[in-house]
Write a protein that binds this ligand. Sequence first.
Ligand code: ADP
Ligand code: MG
Length: 392
Amino acid sequence: MSVEKFGKYLLLEKLAVGGMAEIFLAKTSGSRGVEKFVVIKRILPKYSSDPNFIEMFVEEAKLNVNLSHSNIAQIFDFGIDGSQLYIAMEHVAGKNLRQLIKQSPDSKLSIEHSLYVIIEAAKGLDCAHRSTEKSSGELLNIVHRDISPQNIMVSFEGEVKVIDFGIAKSGSDELPEVTRIQEPQDDEATKSTFHELEATKTGELKGKFTYMAPEQAIGAKVDLRTDVFCLGIVLWELLSGKRLYKCISEIKTLEKAQAAEIPELPENIPQRLKEITSKALTKSIDERYQSMGEFLKDLTIFFHQTYPAFLEQNFAEEIKSLFQNDIEATSSKLVDFSKIKVLDTDKNKEETSEDRTQVSTLSAPIPINSQVRSSERPRKRRVIRRKRKRVK
Ligand SMILES: Nc1ncnc2c1ncn2[C@@H]1O[C@H](COP(=O)(O)OP(=O)(O)O)[C@@H](O)[C@H]1O
Ligand SMILES: [Mg+2]
């Protein structure tokens, strides 16, 4: 079994690759050799080398590391190893909401379960919005700005956790001007233009057009009410079983996001729930819910009145039955990974860089305390040779 060493972590398996980062299941050792599974989000080198990006990243990470709520994946640590920025966070053994939708019968969640997921995510976001600077008590104005089904995790135990606060930042900043973009002539050009669009002058990243509030889509100022709208889009899609804005052409998607015209939800959706969803999806930022807390309150009242017999255990059982095979595969994988030893000693300090970076086997533990420059890494990184699905 071969794994890559990254600072004090062993990267065990690549879970996803996004526009900005690679996501790994990893492990590290704590005091008295207690080992812990974590997720490492390693920022791609093209961003890691931009001083503006580094500054923004560190500022962001400092805010987010203090967020602590059961509906937010906890960030444990962040830093730079060699020349690569990373965040270490709680490993949520589960699937993202997009994957859950895909696995569900007819690619739809029940109204009850849709509401449960949205309520839980809203709790995490409400906590983030209300979080304050510990020393001064001042509001941090954290806004997630990239709420989407891929950024909501559902664990195999049925917990819901918001991830990817990576582009969250204090609400006073403006997003880049996205309105200046012209539709490119061919598909390849579209791809690259829109790929570049994700990176702004300062290297700041922004959300996807399919889950953008109108103020984001026109490049205006965003605040916590932007997250209300974006979570509203996720709710609308869960209830309708359709995508709200997604078009083949990204420029059309962006135009739809700017217009923010919301089609009526299907007949089977209760009137009160339609009203709540539509208030969250109000184009005028001053007329929608003014806080996540207000949105959460209305959702919760409706939920308790309509589904008084709801049990979290039933939701967890549903998840377990949908992902039975994945759960078994994950647990046997974790057993295998547990056998790889992470040594936190200076014993092997004299080994060659090749030894340090290359391979660990079940019987050959490797040290974790040496820093490895990216130039020393073998060109072709070998992680675990296992059939893997890319989730994005
Ligand atoms: N803490 C985590 N635990 C488990 N899976 C995760 C975790 N963080 C991310 N993932 C998986 O990786 C995917 C991409 O992660 P994300 O942080 O959203 O990266 P990106 O910035 O590329 O969107 C998620 O949709 C999820 O499937
Ligand atoms: Mg994401």
